[in-house]
Write a protein that binds this ligand. Structure first.
Ligand code: ADP
Length: 249
């Protein structure tokens, strides 16, 4: 196998025996020996009761935080071995984020928001691709509008376009539909699904919502910082039942 083929075999993100402790009186173990891999071109939902370690998992998987022990690979790079500015570079080029609260810069237009990460990174923006992405998310014609003039769903579309404009391998969503009504939430989930199916991105999304999780190829459950099972091609009912069991346990 060529080096390139070997690299392609690797998952988009891999966690090996990842443990994360937070110091403090009780020394919280937010993640305990988690082994998990996210295959390229797949959509995974991460679920679990409050405090089960979902955010910690997302932050460690994205290289925003370092595990206390264990390894995290983004593509073929073990990020624990990387120092700044290489780590920043990997984060910029390989991962994108979509948050519940959109996190747009209110004083900049839609178009400026979309190009901002590339500008901040000192990369010349790929405007052709950015225009394609803008059209894809249904915001053509809104380039010069300020975020405050848009609905919540439209603002989340801008956030998705901003993330996709950087062509990240992995798109992380932290409750991306949490602030949206049902219909708008479905439009956003459809876009994330298309990011996987049409653009070959890998999407990892934390959610509390069983119907949102049912859009994923796989749901990973966490409880008390440990893996508590998976569901492949889940239905919303299966996800809701599993969540009930976890919350009861
Ligand atoms: P979730 O996203 O599932 O609600 P978190 O990953 O936020 O869970 O938290 C997992 C555990 O780690 C919880 O017990 C939480 O209180 C603790 N925790 C999270 N962040 C910190 C922090 N910065 N300092 C101390 N404890 C933390």
């Amino acid at each position: 196998m060529t080096d390139e083929a070997v690299a392609n075999e690797r998952p988009a993100i891999q966690l090996e025996e990842v443990t994360k402790m937070y110091s403090g009186k009780a020394g919280v173990r937010a993640l305990q020996s988690v082994n998990l891999s996210f295959a390229k071109g797949t959509f995974t939902a991460v679920m679990g009761p409050s405090g089960s370690g979902k955010s910690t998992l997302l932050h460690c998987a994205a290289g925003l935080d370092q595990p206390t022990s264990g390894k995290v690979f983004i593509g073929d790079k073990e990020i624990g071995r990387l120092k700044e500015p290489l780590l920043t570079d990997i984060r910029r080029k390989n991962v994108g984020f979509v948050f519940q609260s959109f996190n747009l810069v209110q004083s900049l237009s839609v178009w400026q928001n979309i190009l901002l990460p590339q500008r901040l990174a000192g990369i010349r923006p790929d405007k052709k691709w950015a225009r394609e992405v803008l059209e894809k998310v249904g915001l053509k014609g809104k380039e010069n509008v300020l975020p405050g003039q848009l609905s919540g769903g439209q603002q989340q579309r801008v956030a998705i376009a901003r993330a996709l404009a950087c062509r990240p391998d992995v798109l992380f969503g932290d409750e991306p539909t949490g602030a949206l009504d049902l219909k708008t939430g479905i439009e956003i989930l459809r876009l994330l699904r298309e990011a996987v199916d049409q653009f070959g991105r890998t999407v990892i999304m934390v959610t509390h919502d069983a119907s949102a999780a049912a859009w994923a190829d796989e749901v990973v459950f966490l409880a008390d910082g440990k893996l508590a099972g998976k569901l492949i091609s889940p239905t919303a009912q299966q996800v809701a039942d599993r969540m009930m069991e976890l919350s009861a346990g």
